[in-house]
Structure formats: structure tokens, C-alpha cells
Design a protein around this ligand. Structure first.
Ligand SMILES: [Zn+2]
Length: 201
């Protein structure tokens, strides 16, 4: 009686492991969209990474400045207010969540590498750069959180995943990724057209 049960348990275990492997595999790069509509498109245009420049602010505050009254239901929502004044809500995922948690990241010039999926107004952030003026020069630095004891980066505010100690903000000089087609920010606002690659002839 115990044998078939054991075999069943083993099968169940294998099933769980297969499921786990798949889940882990999907956690690393943004999961490829496998819906029928996405499959017909070339993968290169499925996710068009762009530079989004501006300041991350609370949505209510940005709307208030535009004369739009909202209720407290919007209290937590943060948006990128682009250099051209567009409000782009940020998805609170592994990278974007820090803007919800950490007000030190808000109301300051940032360059965000990210993308928007077709039909979704929200920005998915992949890399965060801060832009500070020093002696009339713009200094762009890559941002993440860092544990000095364990030497590991993290992307949201929490105690260190390893030693449970405090982590700190880290700013490093770093160039923008070369896959961006846009010229380095500054005066040029990111156009934020989700279908830029497709509309460009
Ligand atoms: Zn640590």
C-alpha cells in the first residue's frame, strides 16, 4: 500500500520541480510573451527598450498641479513625469517598486531604461539612473541598493537578503546601455511611444 503512494508522491515531486524550474527560468529575463498574437511578431520588436527621462512623482501631486482633483485611492501611485510633461505610471515590480517605497528616489531627475507593452500605459523599469547637476554638468549614475558586508546589489528597500543588516543607496558612474537607440538624454525627452520601432518605416 505504501509503494504506489510513494510512487505517486515521487511523481508529484517531479511535477513540482519541473514547475519550479520553469518559474525560475522565467524570473531572470522578462518572460517572452507566448500568446498567439505575440508569436506572430518578430521577437526584436516585442519589447522595445527605451530611455524615459524625467522625474518620478506621486500621481496625485502631478494631477493636482494640472487642476485634476483625485481621491486618496491614488495615494500610492507613482508616475514618471517625463521631460515633455507626460505622466507615465510605473509598475511596482522588482525594479519599479523602489519608487513606491523610497521617497529619496522621487522628485529628482532620473533616466529610466524600460519599456511599455502594447496596450499597457504602465512603464516597466529595467535600469535606474539618477541625473544630478554638478557645476553645470549633468552627472548620470546607475542606481541600486548595496550591502557593504555581503557585496550584493538589491533593488528595493529591505534588510539585506543575506546578513539581514541595513543596505544603502549606491550610485555608480556608468554609461547607458548601448542597445538604446536614443541619444543621451538631457534636452531630448523620451518620446515614450510604445510602438516606435513599428511606426518607424
Ligand atoms: Zn548583507
Amino acid at each position: 500500500m505504501s509503494r504506489p503512494t510513494g510512487r505517486l508522491a515521487l511523481l508529484a515531486l517531479i511535477g513540482v520541480q519541473v514547475g519550479m524550474t520553469t518559474a525560475t527560468g522565467m524570473a531572470d529575463p522578462p518572460p517572452p510573451n507566448t500568446t498567439a498574437s505575440a508569436r506572430s511578431k518578430p521577437p526584436a520588436t516585442a519589447i522595445d527598450k527605451q530611455l524615459f527621462s524625467g522625474r518620478v512623482v506621486l500621481l496625485r501631486e502631478a494631477l493636482r498641479r494640472r487642476g485634476v482633483k483625485t481621491s486618496s485611492d491614488f495615494d500610492k501611485q507613482v508616475v514618471l513625469e517625463s521631460l515633455s510633461g507626460e505622466l507615465i505610471p510605473i509598475i511596482p515590480d522588482w525594479r519599479g517598486r523602489a519608487f513606491y517605497q523610497d521617497k529619496r528616489l522621487r522628485n529628482r531627475r532620473v533616466d529610466l531604461v524600460g519599456f511599455r507593452r502594447r496596450g499597457i500605459p504602465y512603464l516597466q523599469v529595467l535600469m535606474v539612473f539618477t541625473v544630478d547637476k554638478r557645476k553645470n554638468k549633468e552627472i548620470r549614475r546607475y542606481f541600486d541598493y548595496w550591502c557593504d558586508i555581503c557585496s550584493i546589489p538589491m533593488y528595493e528597500v529591505k534588510m539585506c537578503e543575506c546578513c539581514q543588516g541595513p543596505i544603502r543607496m549606491r550610485f555608480q558612474p556608468r554609461a547607458l546601455p548601448s542597445y538604446l537607440k536614443k541619444p543621451p538624454a538631457g534636452t531630448r525627452p523620451a518620446p515614450a511611444l510604445p510602438t516606435k520601432a513599428a511606426t518607424e518605416n
